[in-house]
Write a protein that binds this ligand. Structure first.
Ligand code: MOS
Length: 672
């Protein structure tokens, strides 16, 4: 089935947040802090206000009133304290974007500067243990005696991996258009991964009842987590529109996105693994060090995949956080699992070499009966089958385990493997299905962020109703539609699809309309360990003279329950794997230690893979039936593709060269 919105997208008729026309529209342009820490002494907007077309200057000199619960990056202009370089401290509003930008440049901000600290270190004196890590997991877990397990081990590894700051770079920049009506109701065309949640947060930030706010995001050009929560552009547009009494657009530049729309925390991860003579784990310890801002706590759940993956009598996971003078880190594709599995799956490869065991056999040998940390049974777990299928397709049996043996002229060739995993969750959702002139209208505040959610939900509804998909029309991306959770945590389709199936069942009983709210159904879900699993295989070519590194082949084999739509699923897996390749080889934002903030703030410097970087990439999946998930039997697939890819590539680089790079990205300079 083709994407239902494919035609409007390729013909340019699909309207994105910045593109909605509005009568008398004006523009807000932010001013960003030039210091990393300190206080604003004075902001002078006099000169800016006298410039052509300028309507207002917003700043903490005359703070707009926000709700009591406004916090973090959204509490615009409420404090004179500066939390990081790049923070929004003022804004100019004018009749054109160019006038607003010129005026923003003319706003004078005087600071009182303090010494800043923007550097994550594993021995930072201010490290602390947060109460929980996202999205509410215990921070630390201990089962058995890790030290005793390590002492009893025949072989072991004690290794530390580091990952840099990474930035979500969706194609569509963050943008909002805000309009207030005469009854003080706010309409925001925003770019959001979920309009219900975005409406709630914008309402809370502005101190309005949620009924007074409507968020519309009909088409979204990618998010990868950066649009998973409302961002400053929406609040800025709303405040500016209020101030000037006209509609306001706030469209962030790519560089501004790097500063104020979230990023993945850098991590330092120490893995200690022990194994007996056969290769069975005797202990596994995973400690993650990461950063948050001084504004709010964001605790990435980096060590949590180690609670899921392997059987071991002794298991300890821990997270330590330090609050630095930096922007608040946020959601980025597979938060937790992505950096965590990079470290765990690299360490497993190192253990395989230390123990003289094939890396696939090591994983098979340690595949657990139940979820290791919780002791819960798995609803389904087919990691071993994924590894076996991938080994077959990748001709793993022909691989000489000895590193640096295979050569093609100047090029060293190697292959590597890593496991992947991601939780299969669902959240309560509502949906309404109505019969209209023989067709069916599905209404739900779901989000299609480029994944093809409209198409997947059309299929789910058509199957539930027993009609052809062309008789089903899905309306989404509007908070006035029935409440639905965000496109995030790989649970969109599972959550929305559950509600749609129940609404379709209701319609079949009553004939004209079906309404569903899955709150009670989701509460009744049995307590089980629900995860998708996969196996990632990589082949790399490393130039022995220049260090140039090419990924010549990527293969992902996934077990993710029932696949709702093969074309869309393949795109999700391949997209995730491509992003994992970017993480392995290219993506890195430097923190500016001297001045604070980030260096590399655009796509000319922050490299993401292009098509030519990925000559051969393949994603396949196993048939997996799991009746413990949702009416579709599906597991989320938006994030698992990125999980494990970087480890598979790093392991392949080791196999090609004999050299372990434990610091991402793996650039030529680190190989030579
Ligand atoms: Mo995804 S980072 O859970 O939006």
């Amino acid at each position: 089935m083709n994407r239902v919105e494919g035609r409007v997208k390729v013909t340019g008729l699909a309207t994105y947040a910045a593109e909605y026309p509005a009568e008398g529209v004006t523009y807000a342009y932010p001013v960003q802090s030039r210091i990393a820490k300190g206080r604003i002494k004075r902001i002078d907007g006099g000169e800016a206000l006298a410039m052509p077309g300028v309507l207002a200057v917003l700043s903490s000199e005359d703070p707009p009133r926000l709700g009591e619960e406004a916090q973090g990056e959204l509490a615009l202009f409420q404090s004179r304290d500066v939390a990081y370089r790049g923070q929004i401290v003022a804004a100019a509003v004018a009749d054109t974007y160019e006038h607003a930008r010129a005026a923003a440049d003319a706003i004078v901000v005087e600071y009182e500067q303090d010494l800043h600290d923007v550097t994550l270190r594993a021995d930072h004196p201010n490290l602390y243990q947060p109460e929980t890590v996202n999205p509410g997991y215990p921070c630390d877990t201990v089962k058995g005696d890790v030290e005793a397990g390590l002492d009893a081990a025949e072989t072991g590894v004690d290794v530390t991996y580091t990952t840099p700051v990474l930035h979500n770079n969706p194609m569509e920049p963050h943008a909002a258009l805000a309009l207030w009506d005469t009854e003080d109701r706010l309409l925001v065309y925003d770019t959001a991964q979920g309009t219900s949640a975005s409406r709630d947060l914008i309402a809370k930030t502005l101190g309005l009842p949620r009924e007074q706010v409507r968020v519309v995001s009909r088409h979204v050009g990618g998010g990868f987590g950066s649009k998973g929560t409302a961002r400053p552009q929406a609040v800025l547009a709303a405040l500016a529109a209020k101030a000037v009494g006209r509609p306001v657009k706030a469209v962030l530049t790519r560089q501004q996105m790097f500063d104020v729309t979230g990023y993945r925390t850098p991590t330092i991860q120490r893995l200690r693994l022990g194994a007996d003579a056969e290769g069975r784990l005797t202990a596994l310890e995973h400690v993650a060090y990461e950063q948050s801002s001084t504004l709010v706590e964001f605790a990435e759940q980096t060590a949590t995949p180690s609670r899921v993956m392997y059987a071991t009598p002794a298991l300890r996971t821990a997270h330590r956080l330090v609050r630095l003078d930096v922007a608040t880190p946020s959601w980025m594709r597979a938060p937790g699992e992505c950096p965590g599995m990079y470290a765990l799956e690299s360490a497993m490869d190192e253990l395989a070499y230390a123990a003289g065991i094939d890396p696939i056999e090591l994983r098979v040998l340690n595949d657990p009966e139940v979820e290791p940390e919780s002791g819960l049974p798995f609803s389904s777990r087919n990691l071993v089958a994924c590894l076996r299928e991938g080994a077959h397709r990748f001709h793993w049996d022909r691989r000489d385990p000895e590193p640096a043996r295979l050569r093609d002229g100047e090029w060293l060739i190697g292959s590597g493997v890593a496991a992947s995993t991601y939780p299969s969750r669902r959240s309560p959702s509502k949906a309404v299905v109505t019969m209209r002139e023989g067709d069916f209208l599905v209404q739900i505040a779901a989000a299609d962020i480029g994944t093809g959610a409209r198409t997947a939900l059309t299929r789910i509804a058509a199957e539930a109703l027993g009609v052809a998909p062309d008789r089903v029309h899905v309306e989404l991306g509007d908070s006035d539609l029935p409440d639905a959770p965000v496109a995030g945590g790989s649970m969109g389709t599972a959550s929305w699809g559950s509600a749609i199936v129940r609404a379709c069942e209701g319609l079949k009983v009553n004939g004209a309309v079906g309404r569903a709210d899955t709150t009670e159904e989701v509460k009744r879900d049995a307590e089980l360990a629900r995860h998708a699993f996969g196996a990632q295989f990589a082949e790399v070519r490393v130039n022995s003279v220049t260090g140039e590194l090419r990924v010549s082949r990527l293969l992902g084999v996934f077990a993710a329950g029932h696949i709702v739509d093969a074309t869309l699923a393949r795109s999700q897996f391949v997209g995730g794997m491509t992003m994992g390749m970017g993480m392995a080889l290219m993506e890195e934002t430097f923190t500016d230690e001297e001045f604070g903030g980030f260096l590399r703030r655009d796509l000319a410097q922050y490299h993401v893979p292009a098509c030519a970087d990925v000559p051969d990439i393949e994603a396949v999946w196993l048939e997996e039936e799991d009746g413990e998930l949702n009416p579709m039997g599906s597991k989320g697939i938006g994030e698992i593709g990125i999980v494990g890819t970087a480890a598979a590539i790093g392991n392949a680089v080791h196999h090609a060269t004999g050299h372990r790079v434990r610091d991402l990205p793996i650039t030529p300079a680190k190989i030579i």
